[in-house]
Design a protein around this ligand. Sequence first.
Ligand SMILES: [Zn+2]
Length: 88
Amino acid sequence: MAKERICSYCGGSGHDARNCPSKKANTPKDKSVWYKVDNLTDEQADKMTSGFMNLKRKIAPDAHGAYLKGDKKSLPGMIAKALGRKDD
Ligand SMILES: [Zn+2]
């Protein structure tokens, strides 16, 4: 007789805690992350962005993601604008 999987989170069967729909629904999604990497070539910046977007799709496909790429000098203003603040 096959042993049925019992979820350690909700006690339900047919899934484990890692894929538990109750756990997923009860886990708050209130975190954001912000990354900035300086001294990149244009090619490195594109590769970093591509890698970031692939990771985001893999880890958090339903999360909202955005990125900005720009010159060191103009990026702070671009970020401020994206955040809805007036730049200068
Ligand atoms: Zn469960």
